[in-house]
Write a protein that binds this ligand. Structure first.
Ligand SMILES: O=C(O)CCC(=O)C(=O)O
Length: 282
């Protein structure tokens, strides 16, 4: 009981004014010297009167931009930089759906599809889709070349002529892609090889299964290659639709067709381009 009273007196002293606190400090110090025989700082002191004031963070909170979905016919200026505008032209049902059905079947059966071996970080890997190349010049991407092949399939020539008529652009080459199922894909890249010239125009015609064509804007140098806050676009490319990428799109944006984790039927994609002899730009 006496012990309890003693403790209450000490606690009361700590809770009191600064004078009382001072005297408690004296008591405390003496006792600690007695026990340890050395000078030690006091264990506790009267807490200064602290107020916590909310301050707005000085760093601006950055938001990850919402993905933009483009699925309607039209021209879209997706960005503008000091060198010019990046522009898309989407034409769903560019090929009538019934026509697109037999075209898909014919292309699936008659194009000499092959699996390409690419090189990344000095390692060879099989591209997860099948491809075929048409054009008078070879085409190199991912450090592996596709041989020149001037023997165009008549259906491909007909489609090229029709696209040239509608878009006003001309093309001399074609990369055909076959995505056999949802596991086939193409990773982030730009079609910016020197052989494609300074502002490549790519006309991309799709048949078969709808797959997402995703785009992300290249970050400014201060982001050091981090795409966290990059603007993003998704374009579901469906049977018979045409997408034209123009202007600075290949300089300022990347694109990909990601894997899908559900069953997907085959999809064929034809990307018409213009290839120049390499020396013209080097
Ligand atoms: O399949 C597609 O829609 C895009 C193909 C592509 O990006 C490419 O072959 O460079």
């Amino acid at each position: 009981m006496a012990d309890k009273r003693q403790r209450a007196r000490v606690q009361g002293a700590w809770a009191g004014s600064s004078n009382t606190a001072g005297s408690s400090f004296q008591v405390n110090r003496r006792s600690s010297e007695n026990v340890a025989g050395a000078h030690r700082p006091p264990k506790e002191q009267a807490a200064p009167d602290r107020r916590f004031v909310y301050q707005n963070p000085t760093e601006v909170q950055r938001k990850i931009p919402e993905e933009r979905i483009i699925d309607k016919e039209g021209f879209y200026e997706i960005s503008s930089s000091s060198t010019g505008v990046s522009r898309l032209h989407l034409k769903p049902a560019f090929v009538d759906l019934k026509e697109a059905d037999w075209m898909f079947e014919q292309l699936h059966m008659e194009i000499p599809w092959q699996q390409k071996s690419n090189i990344r970080e000095d390692r060879s890997y099989q591209e997860p889709r099948l491809t075929a190349w048409y054009g008078d010049l070879p085409y190199t991407y991912s450090r592996s070349a596709m041989k020149a092949n001037p023997h165009w399939h008549p259906l491909l020539t007909m489609l090229k002529d029709h696209i040239e008529e509608v878009t006003g652009y001309t093309f001399n080459s074609l990369l055909c892609n076959l995505y056999r199922n949802g596991k086939d894909s193409i990773d982030w890249h730009s079609d910016d090889e020197p052989s494609l010239g300074r502002k490549p125009v790519i006309a991309s015609l799709s048949f078969g299964e709808t797959r997402n064509f995703e785009m992300r804007k290249k970050p400014p140098p201060e982001e050091k290659g981090d795409y966290t806050y990059a603007e993003r676009i998704r374009i579901p490319l469906n049977h018979g639709c045409l997408l034209v990428m123009e202007g600075e799109t290949q300089k300022d944006w990347q694109h990909r067709v990601p894997k899908e984790y559900h069953d997907r039927n085959p999809r064929i994609n034809l990307t018409f381009r213009t290839i120049y002899p390499e020396t013209r730009w080097n």
